[in-house]
Write a protein that binds this ligand. Structure first.
Ligand code: TXA
Ligand code: MG
Length: 341
């Protein structure tokens, strides 16, 4: 049975205590963060963490992010905490940044996918922070979607994927950022960006200097992935997705053309972007890149429900949140990209 707790209007501490007790008992609780919803369990409880992998259908070598509510918890999880980690945490936590550090033995293999490192983040969401505090445990939480589906940005998305399969879903309304956290590996020098996300890379570089972008971020094939998550196709809707990239006006013209062509062939066409063209289905993403990030996964889920054959997506510039947006879009497209210039 799944309890759904509505906390859209305000945080309810009494109800959060119930959810926190479930975490302590080794149960699964989905909760909102500022990025996307997480599927949480006690990070130090092997059995509980195993159930996350089962529920999601997630490959066992894809490690989880451990969520904390107080910086001191970093020392319980990591055996080395470099100065850069402290600087980044001071500036960006709570917030959409995940830091990879050498792990301590206390963190079970299931949580780290057998790696000698642990990914840690302090989310910027009152419900999440309070849940972690009340449970008294670090909480392992991947995005609360079935593996391969777009990450959830509303509790309804979580209900769609997990109702009846987990013990509790906390509804905290729509998430603010809409793409997952930025993941940075500080076990190497220079540090490596493993996943672009809700915190722009430019902001990180202002604090710790140059960061190397892992080639997998741009879809390059990797043999031994540092972050095994990189090798899996993610965020994929059921329909075929094509990203059209280039200068705005040319992208628009190309999409308009493609819509007509595909419709003539009898295809049901969806468009996600800034205008509807003449498509059968359209999801407006917004003007600013922040709005685009917030709406992206919702748009992909919408297109699944709308049962279109093909989705055409407008590319955006790869700066600020645009790096994360393009990374997710290209993955959703399985790197089917049309470049116009
Ligand atoms: O915003 C987020 O990060 C959300 C919310 C719930 O906090 N969580 C999330 O988790 O996106 P997940 O599991 O969907 O993505 C975690 C990513 C994966 O790409 C995984 O490979 C990487 O972080 N990761 C986790 N632990 C790692 C480690 N020890 N070393 C390298 N990469 C790691
Ligand atoms: Mg995920």
């Amino acid at each position: 049975m799944t309890i759904v707790i509505n906390m859209r209007e305000k945080l309810d501490e009494r109800k959060l205590r119930v959810a926190a007790r479930l975490i302590r008992e080794g149960k699964l609780v989905a909760f909102p963060t500022e990025t996307v919803y997480g599927l949480g369990a006690d990070a130090l409880n092997e059995k509980a963490v195993k159930r996350i992998f089962e529920a999601k259908g997630r490959p066992a070598d894809n490690p989880l992010i451990v969520h904390i509510a107080d910086f001191s918890q970093v020392y319980e999880l990591a055996r080395e905490v470099p100065e850069e980690a402290k600087m980044l945490a001071k500036k960006f936590w709570p917030g959409p940044l995940t830091i990879v550090l050498p792990r301590r033995e206390i963190v079970p293999d299931v949580t780290t996918g057998g790696l000698d490192t642990v990914a840690i983040r302090m989310p910027k969401n009152e419900i999440a922070l309070k849940l972690i505090k009340l449970s008294g445990r670090p909480i392992a939480a991947p995005s609360a979607n079935i593996s391969g589906k777009p990450s959830p940005t509303t509790a309804e998305h979580v209900v769609d994927d997990f109702y009846g399969k987990i013990e509790c879903i906390i509804d905290g309304g729509e998430t603010k950022i809409g793409v997952e956290s930025t993941v940075i590996d500080l076990t190497e020098w220079p540090p490596v960006l493993l996943r672009p996300g809700g915190l722009p890379l430019e902001e990180i570089e202002k604090v710790i200097g140059e960061v190397r972008i892992h080639p997998a971020v741009f879809g390059k094939k990797v043999d031994v992935a540092k972050s095994p998550g990189m090798k899996y196709k993610h965020y994929a809707p059921d329909a075929e997705v094509i990203v059209v990239e280039g200068p705005k006006e040319k992208v628009r013209r190309k999409i308009a053309e493609l819509v007509e062509e595909l419709k003539k062939k009898g295809k049901r066409v969806g468009v996600i972007g800034s205008e509807s063209y003449n498509a059968d289905e359209f999801f407006y993403l917004g003007e600013t890149v922040e709005e685009v990030a917030r709406n992206l996964f919702k748009a992909l889920r919408y297109m699944d429900k709308a049962k279109v054959d093909i989705v055409l997506a407008e590319g955006v510039e790869e700066k600020g949140l645009g790096l994360a947006v393009m990374n997710r879009l290209r993955k959703a497209a399985g790197y089917k990209i049309i470049k116009v210039d």
